[in-house]
Design a protein around this ligand. Sequence first.
Ligand code: BTN
Length: 274
Amino acid sequence: MTDPADIAGPAQLDGLDRLGGLLTTRTFGRAHEHHVSLPSTNDRALAWLGESAPDGALVTADAQTAGRGRLGRRWSSPPGRDLYASVVVRPGAVPAGFGALALAVGVGLREGLLTALPELHDLALKWPNDLLLGDRKLAGILCESRWRGAVVELVVGFGINVHRRSEEFEPELRGGATSLAQHARAPGRAVILAAVLASLEQALDAFFDRGFAGVRDRYAPHCVTLGRDVLIERTPGGPQTPATAVGLDTDGALLVRTGPGPTTRVESADVWLR
Ligand code: BTN
C-alpha cells in the first residue's frame, strides 16, 4: 500500500514562500521572517518581541537545532518536513482567565487544520494543549509570555508534524507521534499555515474578549481527555496520580476525581491517557 506521506512530494518543493499570497488574517503573519534553520523559532520571536515586533509577527524555520517543548523537553525538528512557527501576540492588558491561553491556541490550530484538511475527522485536543490524531501526537504548543506592568506580550509557538513518515521519527517518538501525511493527502505547508493562522487569530480574539468562555464550546467537545482514566504528573518526573478526568472548570482547569468525594482542580500538569 502506498504510504500517503509519499504523495505529498519532496519536502524541498514545499516551501513557505507562497504564504503571503494566501493570508486572510488581520495581523498574523503580515510581518514574517523565514529562516532555513534556527535554534528555535520561539527564541527568535522572543528576541524580535524585544526589538518591537508588531502584533502578529511570524517566525518560521525549515529546521530547528534546539526546538523546545513544554517542561524543557526537546522538539524534534528535522529540515523541511514539518511546520515550526512562532507568532508575536500583543493583547495589551492581561485578559481575564489568561491561564487558559494554550487551550485557545489548541482550538485555533485544530480548526485551521480542519479547514486545510476537512477529512481529519478524529483530530482531537488533549488537555492542556496537544493535538492528537488516533491517540498519537500531531502537534504541540509552547506559549511564552513577558510582562510589562499590567501589559502582557506573548510568543505563541507551535510545531505541526506534516510530511514525516513513521520511520522518519526518532525511535523513541515513533510509537507516540504521527503526521498529517500519515492520515490524509497533506497540502503544502504554506496552505496549512495560512489556514492555521486565520483560525488562530480568530480563536485568540474570542479568548481575549471573553476568556475561556469565548472558546469553551469549541474546545470541550473535542477534548479527548474528558471522561478518560488518566495519570496526572504535576511536577516533571514527579509522582503520577491515577484519576478520572470528569470536566473543565470555568477557567479551563481540568477537573479530576481520584476517589469518592469532590473533584480536584488541575491547573498545570502533564496528563497521560491510560
Ligand atoms: C510541546 O508539545 O511540548 C510543545 C512543542 C512546541 C514546539 C514548537 S516548534 C516551534 C516553536 N519553537 C520551539 O522551539 N518550540 C515551538
